[in-house]
Ligand binder design. Structure first.
Ligand code: FES
Ligand SMILES: [Fe+2]
Length: 437
């Protein structure tokens, strides 16, 4: 089999089997960066990270293409290639900050916050050479397309990609729900970022996201410990009880997870839950509830709070938890290495306890020092190690195959179905091989 030819690639991803080389072969990783991460809409950041003109945030759009998200003087948020038009240096080096203009460290070319070239030191050397500094080719270049949905900024390197709203499809409802959980209808980034290296292929993180057949094994020890701890609490320890209640749902039965359902969309997006999820039985802060009812009325509040998804994946770069108000962002680095970032959000108009709950969840479940996320990472690292072996070429995703139901713009299955994986690999074949999304 020749990897790199489309017929070779097509043989690696079957409807219910995946060849181990898609996780281990550096040449396939490079092709994924070009064809998936170079064609899909990639999450860049949230508009609230750059509230003032001149505020900026830098990241990579795939494993190596640097971009800068910046609030321009006109108030708009732009996504520009972070690459000097002169000799190519990365212009903005800090992770985030505020700048009146961007000045390249090498020869001092200086750009406005909309990317326009403002100044070339000792410019007279170009007089009569045919080089026109006003030509837009000497600006910081915008990425092919960028757009925001409810404050979440995405960009794509593909000028022919469908517009963002079309690409999000029915999965956009989860962004709506996240924002509607704020009495003011908006969220903003708060509380910093948790960022840690994962020694595994980027796809393993996404495959785990709505794999509801692993918590009963992978997280058993921490669930047992949390249950023991809860048993020691006196009735008046309500704060400690609220903290500890985040852990036991990870030990839910197979039947409970089956009831939650999985919903898949075009382009690889999917979520677990909807009617119920592991977040469904969290107690609701009464001050928050009152603020919601004042903003939306009783019936609508009930509707908003009972849309209980667990994780939503916007393939391939973003996963969100609407009920907990945090997101995880995938930044691939190499075939066996990626970085996962957790960002937390404040519900505008909600009491401060809601942000504290979100931050607690991020620390308790997602951080490097948490009790749940590192269990998962251990599994990813063992999978990565196991797939280097040649005992078998395949991993499988047959669970509930043939029992998924098409419902217009979405496909629905039971909560323990591998529908989430099959949805992702349909998108993989779309981007890698040009098939229908
Ligand atoms: S490379 Fe940026 S000014 Fe020369
Ligand atoms: Fe897990």
């Amino acid at each position: 089999m020749i990897i790199g030819t489309d017929s070779g690639l097509a043989g690696l991803v079957e409807p219910c089997r995946l060849n181990r080389r898609i996780y281990t072969d550096p040449a396939i990783f490079e092709l994924e960066m070009e064809r998936i991460w170079g064609r899909a809409w990639i999450f860049i950041g949230h508009e609230s990270q750059v509230p003032q003109p001149g505020d900026y945030f830098t990241t990579n759009i795939n494993h190596r293409i640097p971009v800068v998200m910046v609030r321009d003087r006109d108030g708009s948020v732009r996504v520009l290639h972070n690459r000097c038009a002169h000799k190519g240096a990365k212009v903005v080096d800090k992770r985030c900050g505020n700048a009146r203009a961007f000045r390249c460290c090498y020869h001092g070319w200086t750009y406005a916050t909309d990317g326009t070239l403002l100044k070339i030191p000792n410019e007279k050397g170009y007089d009569g050479t045919g080089m026109n500094p006003k030509d837009p080719q000497w600006n910081l270049q915008p990425v092919a397309q960028y757009a925001a949905y409810r404050g979440f900024v995405f960009a794509t390197l593909d000028p022919r990609a469908p517009d963002l709203v079309t690409w999000l499809g029915g999965a956009a409802a989860c962004f709506d729900n996240l924002c509607e959980r704020a009495p003011e209808g908006e969220v903003e980034v708060a509380g910093g970022v948790l960022r840690y290296d994962h020694a595994c292929n980027w796809k393993l993180f996404l495959e785990n996201l709505n794999d509801t057949h692993h918590p009963q094994t992978t997280h058993q020890s921490v669930v047992d410990a949390a249950m023991d701890y809860l048993g020691t609490l006196p009735p008046e320890a309500t704060k400690e009880r609220a903290e500890a209640e985040m852990i036991p749902p990870f030990g839910g039965s197979y039947e409970n997870f089956e009831k939650s359902g999985i919903t898949g969309f075009r382009y690889g997006h999917h979520y677990d839950g909807g009617k119920t999820s592991i977040h469904a039985n969290y107690s609701v802060n009464p001050v928050y509830r009152d603020a919601m009812v004042a903003a939306y009325g009783e019936a609508r509040t009930q509707e908003i709070l009972s849309f209980n998804t667990h994780n939503t994946c916007y393939y391939p770069s973003l996963t969100i938890k609407t009920a907990v108000q945090n997101i995880r962002v995938v930044r691939p680095l190499a075939v066996n290495r990626c970085v996962i970032e957790t960002w937390s959000f404040r519900l505008k108009g909600a009491p401060p306890e809601m942000l504290q709950r979100t931050l607690l969840y991020s620390r308790l479940i997602n951080s490097v020092g948490s009790m749940v996320g590192p269990d998962d990472l251990e599994s990813y690292m063992r999978i990565q190690a196991g797939l280097e072996g040649t005992g078998s070429e395949w991993v499988e995703m047959y669970r509930e195959f043939g029992r998924d139901r098409d419902e217009g713009d979405r496909t629905v299955g039971t909560g323990t179905s591998d529908l989430d994986m099959r949805t992702q690999y349909r998108a993989w074949r779309h981007y890698m091989l040009g098939e229908v999304a």
